[in-house]
Design a protein around this ligand. Structure first.
Ligand code: FAD
Length: 518
């Protein structure tokens, strides 16, 4: 019998990767343990039994059939006796299957325990914590016996969902006063900006519920069809809440699963809402395995590029003075509100890096880190590498046009008018390129280009064509690095954009001609 019980213990303990929670693993101690079954006549989900196995070199699975105790405290009818004995029989069989045995000992529990603790050199008794007074009294008596004989008693809640004894008291009011959340002024942070985003779980959950209430929208969500320059977010706008952990991505994921389960059809990753969370997971996974993920130097997946160092140009981009209204409106929204649509991020990032200014993605990432409410170590760096074609993204010949990109979804330029009011009186045909308006038309719009709003800081055609050649050269030179993050599946966002003419797909043969048309 002992051998079987010991084998049972060692077998389960050695299998701890499957069976034992990691938190318990650290506390390993070589006890000799009686696990006392009272209720809890099962092997699955048994915290007290797990604790016994984890902390012991030997575990004796014991059931003390104390008829005197049972009949004095419970009124057990014949049916329940049968049920109990069948349960013990089943437990015995299940233990047997694992090479062990249930040791059923008849007699009064105190003398039985006293006897066997001494006989087996027991140092610990484990049992389920129960709430009935008679079981509590039993536990108290066992604890007294433990003090007398020198064994420990470990009781763990396993019969109810919650520990019914546990009460969590709020801190004293005095403490709360001393440790209050500081005001922005206490930290010398400028007064609240006009950002429409409000922090916190309550706000985040409200936003989540609002979106989930529209099950049709959720089921058919297709990221490339969302609009970068809508005046209200066309995607969930949950990123600040995920980023700060005010809303759980797991909650969101499973709520989405429930909606999908009820829908006749629903979109799929990578373009579905669950797909968006998988992108998040993707960047987290790569970032966790990549040294220097947020830097170019020492980052094994990132192309090593001699970007220009140009503080003045960087400043113009950052402060919305590029002279391209689409880019400047995006950077204004970012600065004022702390959130911009994914495709707006594409436009701004491409412009700064491989598209127009050839400035390092690290500089852009730092600006986003400062200004985004949802700034995130892995996602920010990952997407900046993507957009600058430093890693992950390989269709580098596709360069966003800072004039045509925004026009498709907002031909009237409402978005630009909102964020760049200086341009609001230009007719729609000039709103994306106001420098093409005549002097007279500029006067009528109340905005003189070069005075009230800057001229474009670069000639996009020229700059993008030049940068394309630079990038081509880098990628040929560093072919191996470029291949590291290559995946045959194309980025769905890019494919949709390509179809919608918001960018150029310049094939090798067409490079020269196409860039001229940009
Ligand atoms: P939804 O489309 O509603 O998606 C739901 C959630 O999925 C998002 O909240 C986000 O957690 C996740 N998600 C969506 N798109 C992506 C993506 N491409 N990569 C990873 N996760 C995604 N997102 C951040 O959360 N923090 C950043 O710092 C960040 N920096 C970015 C920098 C650049 C240059 C680019 C191009 C994208 C960046 N993104 C970042 C990714 C993406 O733009 C935002 O997650 C998204 O726009 C947030 O809006 P949403 O919550 O409405 O997204």
């Amino acid at each position: 019998m002992h051998g079987a019980a010991e084998w049972f213990c060692s077998r389960w303990s050695s299998d701890n990767s499957v069976f034992l929670p990691s938190g318990l693993r650290a506390a390993r101690m070589p006890h000799r343990t009686i696990h006392l079954f009272r209720k809890g006549l099962r092997l699955h989900d048994h915290p007290a039994l797990l604790a016994a196995l984890e902390s012991s070199e030997v575990v004796y699975p014991v059931y003390i059939l104390d008829r005197k105790f049972m009949t004095s405290v419970m009124h057990i009818g014949a049916l329940r006796w049968h049920f109990l004995l069948q349960s013990l029989e089943d437990l015995q069989k299940n233990l047997c299957r694992l090479g062990s045995h249930l040791l059923v000992i008849q007699g009064e529990y105190e003398p039985v325990l006293r006897d066997h603790v001494q006989k087996w050199n027991i140092t610990q008794v484990t049992l389920d914590a129960e709430m009935e007074p008679f079981y509590k009294e039993m536990e108290a008596n066992i604890r007294c016996l433990g003090e007398e004989l020198g064994f420990e008693v470990l009781s763990v809640v396993g019969h109810s969902l919650y520990d019914t004894k546990r009460r969590c008291r709020p801190p004293d009011l005095d403490l709360a006063e001393c440790y209050r959340v500081p005001l922005p002024a206490d930290l010398k942070i400028p007064p609240e900006s006009i950002s429409p985003w409000k922090g916190g779980e309550t706000e985040g959950l409200q936003r989540l519920e609002q979106h989930l209430a529209d099950q049709g929208w959720v089921a058919s969500f297709t990221k490339p069809r969302t609009i970068p320059n809508s005046l209200l977010p066309s995607t969930t706008g949950l990123s600040p809440y995920f980023s700060m952990g005010c809303v759980s991505v797991r909650t969101f994921f499973y709520r989405l699963s429930n909606i999908y389960a009820q829908a006749k059809h629903h979109s799929l990753p990578p373009v579905s809402l669950q797909g968006q969370l998988l992108w998040r997971e993707f960047f987290y996974t790569v970032a966790s395995a990549t040294p220097n993920f947020t830097k170019m130097a020492g980052n094994p997946i990132c192309l090593q590029i001699s970007w220009y160092e140009d503080a003045e140009r960087l400043h113009k981009w950052k402060t919305a003075q590029t002279g391209f209204p689409w880019i400047d409106a995006i950077m204004t929204q970012l600065r004022q509100e702390g959130w911009i649509h994914h495709l707006a991020r594409h436009a701004a990032a491409c412009f700064l890096t491989r598209g127009d200014l050839w400035i390092s993605w690290e500089e852009g990432m730092k600006v986003f880190e400062e200004l985004l409410l949802d700034a995130d170590y892995s996602i920010n760096a990952g997407n900046w590498m993507w957009l600058s074609a430093s890693a992950f993204f390989h269709q580098y010949t596709r360069i966003f046009c800072p004039v045509r990109f925004g026009k498709r979804t907002d031909p009237e330029g409402q978005y630009i008018r909102k964020y760049l009011p200086v341009l609001k009186n230009f007719p729609s045909k000039y709103i994306y390129e106001p420098w093409t308006a005549s002097e007279e038309e500029q006067k009528q719009a109340g905005c003189i280009i070069g005075k009230d709003y800057p001229f474009p800081m670069v000639d996009h055609k020229e700059a993008s064509n030049h940068n394309l050649q630079l990038m081509k050269h880098v990628r040929e030179e560093q072919y191996r690095t470029a291949q590291l993050t290559r995946d045959d599946t194309d980025d769905p966002m890019e494919m949709k954009l390509k179809r919608d003419h918001s960018e150029e797909n310049v094939t090798k043969a067409k490079t020269a001609r196409m860039t001229e048309q940009t």
